[in-house]
Design a protein around this ligand. Structure first.
Ligand code: ADP
Ligand code: ZN
Ligand code: ZN
Length: 827
């Protein structure tokens, strides 16, 4: 039935739009007659929002407003333009994002945005120019200096300027509030421009040979033309235009003449930006599985064959051969005609592993992680969307990879905190992965040598099936670990030293045998902080409640949280004393000390300061693997996943700072870090040794780590969690309220608290705070924290959602409120 003749009023259609802003609701818009293609869920749409123009996602299309929503139809604004002809999401991914937003009380629009590769997300950029009122204001306040006046002066001098440039000029945190109030007062005017940074397929001009008609032996061809045809034949029929010219050293006119004669065709082809770069791949290995591997694979295989949802925790010690199990399970899923997804914590850290997968699956693997260029990510995403690649490997956001008919999801190192997004939208990819498998009636395997206590607990409650691989390949023993009591070292030498005699001796012995070592110190920089011996002050960041770290090489002290840095002062800025004291050694000092002690060793340092160049990490790890480097020293980046066969010694300089952090997971994290780094030793034929330096050798996390006794640790830690009512025995939410003005932060926090208390139905939640967060000031903002605990997830979510809504109604500025369910970072 055509409705084209009816008046526009009657065929009014509405859409609900999810916007990529930290808002837990959607917005209704009217669909004008000239919107372009038909609106449907999953397409991007441009809409007015306040005085701005935003790109959001259509999540619902409907023709009648529900009476109870009490929206006045006349107040509904019209959408501006539909961007896509087709939905960007499969139905399954669309539903998964809806579930995720719901589960974490997060913004659906932000989750939808996170599910797309960066290049697909159009951003509008706002820019500002000064108005005549603004000019008047500037004249009136000619000599004053507040930020508002500085901004006006800037716009007067530079003309229209994007918000981003203003932020670079004046600091990101300060510009937002200032331009908002200037705009409200009419002193400046803002406009939105759709950013043109959208990624497109990469196209290349190419030449292909056409089936020859007539003069087959090259009669009537010039030498140049003949060379072109020969080159094309040798290359299998086609070549890039540029390559062809370079290869044959002929000019383009030879090619165009051939094209005119119908002998070749010039066309445009899409070129894949290949994240595997050099295309290197390791040879697929032919291994006979161990009994333990077989047993695990058997169970997983049966589940895959069943075609139903099953969930497993694969608890295999380091070096037990989990990767081989993953690869075979993925093969089996493919054989069943279904796709496979594997999540890894940080794939750029495990280049060896990527090559292995490429070796096993060739072009069927697409890879998705943050170190790829936007173009690479876009191409890999499209290869998945089109079905060309049926295996996706990637980090956190790859959980939304557009695979159809998903049969298997693997989450490697499932305990790793990088699965948790640290900023809005907060979600944990591991848990979303379990849900995704569930929705797809597939199998999910969470794997780790040190499962998170949440997952381990789930095996006891029957939610996950427990698969155990307790022995290393070829019965290699786990490295023997020893705690070195640094209190004894201090008593013996009368001072704090970085390296104990025991560790120095261990390093010497190891390298005398031609073996390799890894030394971990989980703190970068030269010294953790700078203290004045005269007045006792320490040098702190001006934006954060954090001491500044001394970096010797660039002669600066810098903040590891906000990046603020200044040249290292020669005298104390408070009392001008010269007695500045550098305390708490970092990796830079470690490297220097090691180089002095062992001048013959080739030592490479691995931390964020040395590995920020693209490809640097890969290069160093490959060189270490080939034995061109003797020792790696660095932060936890060296602890993860690597499989080096000649490493027989792992030294841990100090774990005590990690244990002292005010977070209920600090013992679990320390245990995991020690077990993981210990797992790097003794993976080849030679047995390994681990030396852990500590001032608290009695600590249960260290004692269990020394014995590599996961169950012992888990039981003790779970007992503690149960007594103290921490996850996994309760569901936790953490709410940070942040603001540059301390009073505003506290007042908003009080409003949130009041809202939560009001909707704490049947007192099912325990609401703690607000209290200043353990880092009470960060990046120029004061931080207050509220914790909510509950035995029931549903009760927690209801209280949270209704409580936050109530706070908003009471006047709380929701832009300062960050609520997280299942938080990982409590500081
Ligand atoms: P994990 O991930 O459990 O730490 P890996 O999968 O990295 O362990 O395996 C450790 C080492 O053992 C790797 O070098 C791998 O190639 C090898 N390996 C795995 N399975 C077998 C097997 N069945 N036989 C021989 N070597 C194996
Ligand atoms: Zn001083
Ligand atoms: Zn700072």
């Amino acid at each position: 039935m055509s409705r084209a003749n009816e008046p526009a009023e009657d065929r009014a259609i509405y859409i609900d739009v999810a916007l990529p802003l930290p808002l837990r609701r959607t917005f209704t818009y009217r669909v004008p007659a000239d919107l372009g293609s038909d609106p449907s869920a999953g397409k991007r749409v441009e809409v007015p929002f306040g005085s701005r123009k935003l790109t959001g996602y259509v999540v619902r299309v409907f023709s009648e407003l529900e009476p109870e929503t009490a929206i006045d139809p006349r107040s509904i604004r019209s959408a501006l333009a539909l961007i896509d002809d087709e939905s960007l999401f499969t139905d399954e991914i669309f539903e998964l994002t809806r579930w995720t937003a719901n589960y974490y009380a997060a913004s659906w629009g932000e989750i939808l945005k996170a599910a797309l590769p960066a290049g697909m997300n159009l951003t509008s950029e706002r820019s500002f120019s000064i108005t005549s009122e603004g000019r008047q204001k500037l004249l009136d306040s000619i000599n004053s200096k507040p930020l508002a006046v500085q901004l006006l002066r800037w716009l007067e001098e530079h003309g229209e300027t994007s918000k981003r440039s203003l932020e670079t000029e004046f600091g990101p945190k300060r510009v937002g509030p200032a331009v908002r109030s200037l705009e409200k007062d009419g002193f400046i005017a803002g406009t939105d421009k759709r950013s043109v940074r959208e990624v497109r397929p990469k196209l290349r001009k190419a030449v292909r040979i056409m089936p020859a008609v007539g003069d087959l032996n090259g009669k009537g061809l010039t030498n140049a033309q003949q060379a072109v045809l020969t080159a094309l034949v040798n290359a299998g029929g086609q070549l890039d235009f540029a390559n062809l010219l370079e290869l044959t050293q002929v000019s383009g006119s030879a090619v165009s003449t051939l094209a005119k004669r119908g002998r070749v065709e010039v066309f445009v082809r899409e070129e894949r930006r290949d994240p595997f770069g050099d295309g290197e791949r390791s040879q697929p290995q032919k291994l006979n599985l161990t009994d333990e591997q077989n047993a695990a694979l058997d169970e997983i295989g049966k589940a895959i064959e069943s075609g139903e949802f099953h969930s497993f925790l694969l608890h295999g010690v380091t070096g037990s051969g989990k990767t081989e199990v993953y690869i075979r399970a993925m093969r089996q899923s493919l054989r069943r005609g279904r796709s496979a997804l594997m999540l890894v914590p940080e794939i750029a850290l495990t280049p060896v592993f990527s090559r292995r997968l490429r070796g096993a699956f060739g072009d069927e693997v697409a890879i998705l992680h943050s170190k790829l260029s936007r173009g690479e990510r876009f191409d890999e995403w499209r290869r998945l969307r089109s079905g060309e690649a049926r295996i996706a490997i990637g980090t956190r956001s790859a959980v939304f990879a557009p695979l159809e008919n998903l049969g298997l999801v693997i989450v490697d190192e499932e305990h790793d905190s990088s699965y948790r997004q640290n900023e809005s939208p907060f979600y944990n990819a591991r848990d979303v992965a379990v849900m995704r498998a569930n929705m797809a009636a597939g199998v999910v395997v969470l794997g780790s040598a040190t499962p998170s206590l949440e997952s381990f607990h789930n095996t006891r409650s029957g939610k996950y099936r427990y698969l155990r691989m307790p022995t290393r390949i070829e019965d290699r023993p786990l490295a023997e670990a020893e705690l070195v009591d640094m209190r004894d070292v201090f008593r013996a030498s009368g001072k704090d030293v970085l390296l104990s005699p025991r560790l120095i001796e261990g390093i010497r012995e190891t390298h005398a045998k031609g073996e390799q070592s890894i030394i971990l110190l989980n703190r970068r920089g030269f010294s953790a902080f700078v203290l004045c011996r005269s007045c006792g002050e320490s040098l702190r960041c001006r934006n954060c409640d954090i001491t500044l770290t001394y970096h010797k090489r660039d002669g600066k002290i810098s903040c590891h949280y906000c990046g603020y840095n200044v040249p290292t002062p020669k005298v104390c800025p408070f009392c001008e004393s010269e007695f500045l004291y550098f305390i708490g050694d970092g990796t830079e000092k470690l490297e220097l000390t090691l180089e002095k002690l062992f001048p013959d060793l080739r030592i490479a340092r691995i931390d964020r300061d040395t590995m920020n160049r693209k490809g640097q990490m890969q290069k160093t790890l490959f060189a270490f693997d080939r034995g061109e480097i003797d020792m790696l020293a660095g932060t936890q980046m060296i602890a993860k996943g690597h499989d080096f066969h000649n490493v027989t010694l792992v030294g841990v300089i100090s774990v005590d700072t990690g244990l002292g952090l005010p977070d209920f997971r600090s013992a679990e994290r320390t245990f995991q870090l020690l077990t993981q780094v210990a797992g790097r030793a003794g993976r080849g034929a030679k047995p390994g040794k681990v030396l852990i330096q500590t001032y608290y050798p009695e600590h249960y996390a260290l004692q269990h780590a020394r014995r590599q006794d996961y169950e012992g640790f888990a039981n003790e830690e779970l007992g503690f969690r149960q007594r103290m009512a921490y996850p996994p025995f309760v569901v936790l939410a953490s709410i940070f309220v942040k603001h540059p003005n301390e009073n505003v932060a506290r007042q908003n926090a009080e409003l949130v608290k009041a809202g939560l208390v009001e909707f704490n139905v049947e007192k099912k939640c325990l609401i703690l705070g607000p209290a200043p967060a353990s880092i009470s000031r960060l990046k120029g903002e004061f931080r207050y924290q509220i914790l909510v605990k509950s035995r029931g997830r549903k009760a927690l979510r209801t209280t949270l959602e209704m409580g936050l809504d109530a706070a908003e109604r009471a006047g709380c500025d929701m832009r300062s409120v960050f609520a997280e369910i299942d938080p990982i970072n409590l500081m």
